[in-house]
Design a binder for this molecule. Sequence first.
Ligand code: TYD
Ligand code: MG
Length: 461
Amino acid sequence: MAKDKSIYVCGECGGTSPKWLGKCPHCNAWNTLVESVAESGAPSGKHRFAALAPGAGVAVLSEIDAVDVARTPTGLDELDRVLGGGIVEGGVVLIGGDPGIGKSTLLLQALDALQHANQNTLYVTGEESAAQVAMRARRLGLAPASQVSVLAEIQLEKIVATLSQLRPAIAVIDSIQTVYSDQLTSAPGSVAQVRECAAHLTRVAKASGVAIVLVGHVTKEGALAGPRVLEHMVDTVLYFEGDTHSSFRLVRAIKNRFGAVNEIGVFAMTEKGLKGVSNPSAIFLSQHPQPVPGSCVLVTLEGTRPLLVEVQALVDGGGPSPRRLSVGLERDRLALLLAVLHRHAGVACADQDVFVNAVGGVRISEPAADLAVMLAIASSLRGKPLPRGFIAFGEVGLAGEVRPAPRGQERLKEAAKLGFSVAVVPKANAPKKLGKELEGLTIHAVERIDEAMAIVRGLDA
Ligand code: TYD
Ligand code: MG
């Protein structure tokens, strides 16, 4: 195959150069040029608009047929939940997560289930040999009956040729970082390679209707290695979360052109692979025989199901430059909450190390966690546990006000169902009258953080 010419594209201004330069000749930014393939006959300059689909006329929105996309359920309910019902023809899904968290396991299980539903599937492995994949299949109890096709290959052109020959309904590329194109001189795994290969596979998916799942590695900082542009290219981005040492895993949709985002799927890693957990609300609570200082349970609601998560804080004698560390919660948010605690509730931790952790490796991004985090910190500082059966939620503002969380009733209902008995919640979330489903729950409504602190002190045993 004749080699297409490489060009170098500036990540800042989009300008191009025929050779690599340290400084972009168009916008003078440093170190922004990355290798790319020049598209043959690609229109440029003022003729660029000719690239729009020919005959794509203007139509009035209401006259366009809104055809609902057809989805094929994977057979794994929790995965279908995050996908928005199942895989979509020609859809491209990017799935990221730490090594060893279960990406390959989940996808192999999904392909096997799809194959049993008479969908042709292809698993392209670039990280493991076909024999290793077969071993995993045996461990999962899929072999010897499994009809999933396996291809051990890392060269893009060969993968694409196999795709057009086999025309599977769904293909998994495990992982996109191992795939390389011989059109580019950059090393496999480099930004240019990953981007170009993902773009090429996306075009193949759209043109052929094959649904493609790209597995992506995550860097230490938690971002998908390689360019963020991968996230823009694909239709759906899923992230695996969870502590590899515990058995629970969350799969979260952070982008979905075919469904809701922030929906989560919950799995447990077992001897025989990942099993969906359909009623996950209580799995992130650690079991303390007695309430302990520094622990507060929060009800989060990301996606459609409420989850109860224990937040732990440890405040301990620091030094001149105390540390602030948070696992599963944003660190900047922690600094902000500490400032609010000091200013509006008189709780000072300025000379103390503060550690905060969401139990079970969950990541909590919603601000409704604020109140529980602050109560856990104050509890650790005072060395006094919160009462047994205690929950809290609510966003806390810079002025010390406690703001309502979305769908407070559902959160309270879930807590009551699980036997929690005391709740401190934003005033606007407190129900006017206690219905039957909130029986057994004493609800304290607060408008300010200092009120919440006073209530908690009043509950001290
Ligand atoms: P894997 O799917 O290989 O992770 P990734 O592709 O994200 O790197 O996950 C493998 C881990 O899961 C490994 O540590 C072993 C464990 N595991 C089980 O506990 N049970 C199983 O049935 C399988 C297949 C793996
Ligand atoms: Mg893997």
